[in-house]
Design a protein around this ligand. Structure first.
Ligand SMILES: NC(=O)c1ccc[n+]([C@@H]2O[C@H](COP(=O)([O-])OP(=O)(O)OC[C@H]3O[C@@H](n4cnc5c(N)ncnc54)[C@H](O)[C@@H]3O)[C@@H](O)[C@H]2O)c1
Length: 346
């Protein structure tokens, strides 16, 4: 069985990554694309041999042959589009962040549940083969009790007049909302830990737009581990790589360049001798890191395929809305922490 897909907002990430991924998914068929920019819709339909191209959402949602939609529009459009798609009985793969606020996101989840449509969120970093392997290793206790975590995701995003991402009323926030959400979701996903408290600095240091171009956020996790999330719009792309580092009482796992739009990067694991005593000289010789090497694929193909499987088999969504809502609550706590200069419980 194949899920027949329609795309709402096909001109940005959809065109660059998700549609090329979707057409490679075994259980997916692309039947319709839509974008308010008619030229984008027509071009994408031609490029991928899609039967229907629309510039209005209602025409796409009226198609009986569409089982599920992928929504990849500016954040401020998500609410109205999820409501329309759920009312039309379509399953929904919704790009991150779900909505402008966690409250709005909760309403969307409740509506999808009430309408009996499935919902999954586009936090596709989970599907990088290396991240899945890190999760497996940690669940086996490979590095002991986790005590410290770092994750960084950044890019260069200068002032561009009129763009939705630089307007808080349209994006919900800046680097933290756009990039940091991937880090926050990933650290919880791979470790199985959950954030309980947040302290943050969020600034706009380099550019003049109304959202953060720099955010450094400290999370206290439910086992006591401390975690730093760094997201920036003001570091040149070639000067930074997306990373996640997890340190435990028996070793560490360090992934460099894996937070990306392709399954790339490197991962090193170091397992230390847990029986080792105190070494005043802090000698670091003796243990050496080994590289993790597992077969990689296309995160976007997996994102579509696994959600398709969940729809077909009635199994849980691969990125449940409640996880994305919790990530959004952490982001909101960080902005409160910056504004009120205090630690915020989540
Ligand atoms: N998971 C990822 O890898 C990833 C990467 C980038 C962006 N995103 C997310 O995807 C979403 C879109 O981001 P983007 O970078 O593609 O933005 P974008 O501005 O590059 O593209 C958005 C597209 O939506 C179209 N659009 C605008 N309003 C519309 C409407 N009302 N109905 C239909 N189409 C409309 C635009 O014409 C454009 O083609 C955001 O939620 C963003 O956070 C996810």
């Amino acid at each position: 069985m194949k899920i027949r897909w329609g795309i709402i907002g096909c001109g940005g990430i959809a065109r660059r990554r998700t549609i090329p991924g979707l057409v490679g998914a075994e259980n997916a068929e692309l039947v319709a694309v839509m974008d308010t920019n008619e030229t984008f819709a027509k071009e994408v339909a031609e490029e991928f041999g899609v039967a229907h191209a629309f510039s209005d959402m209602d025409s796409l949602l009226a198609l009986d042959e569409v089982d599920a939609v992928y929504i990849a529009t500016p954040v401020f459009c998500h609410k109205e589009q999820v409501i329309a798609a759920a009312n039309a009985g379509k399953h929904i793969l919704l790009e991150k962040p779900m909505a402008l606020t966690s409250r709005e996101a909760e309403e969307l989840k409740e509506l999808c549940d009430a309408k009996g449509v499935r919902l999954s969120i586009g936090l596709m970093m989970r599907f990088h083969a290396y991240h899945e392997e890190i999760r497996r290793l940690i669940s086996e206790g490979a590095i002991g009790d986790i005590v410290s975590i770092r994750s960084q995701f950044a890019c260069w995003y200068p002032d561009i007049p009129g763009v939705w991402r630089q307007d808080k009323s349209k994006s919900g926030g800046g680097a933290l909302v756009d990039l940091g959400v991937h880090c926050i979701d990933l650290v919880q996903y791979v470790t199985g830990l959950r954030c309980i408290e947040v302290a943050a600095f969020c600034d706009t240091q380099t550019f003049s737009y109304g959202v953060d171009d720099s955010a450094s956020v400290l999370l206290r996790m439910n086992n006591g581990a401390l975690c730093v999330i760094e997201s920036n719009f003001n570091i040149p792309d070639d000067a930074v790589t997306g990373k996640i580092e997890i340190y435990g009482t028996a070793g560490s796992i360090r992934a460099d360049g894996t937070l990306a739009q392709e399954e790339v990067g490197t991962v090193q694991i170091l397992r230390s001798d847990a029986a080792k005593g105190y070494d005043a000289a802090q000698t670091r010789a003796g243990n050496s890191a080994t590289c993790i090497d597992v077969p990689t694929g296309n995160m976007y193909t997996k994102e579509v395929e696994r959600f398709g499987d969940a729809i077909i088999n009635g199994t849980p969504s691969p990125v449940p809305a409640e996880d994305a809502i919790f990530v959004q609550k952490i982001v909101e706590a960080a902005y409160i922490s910056e504004a009120e200069k205090r630690f915020v419980a989540v």
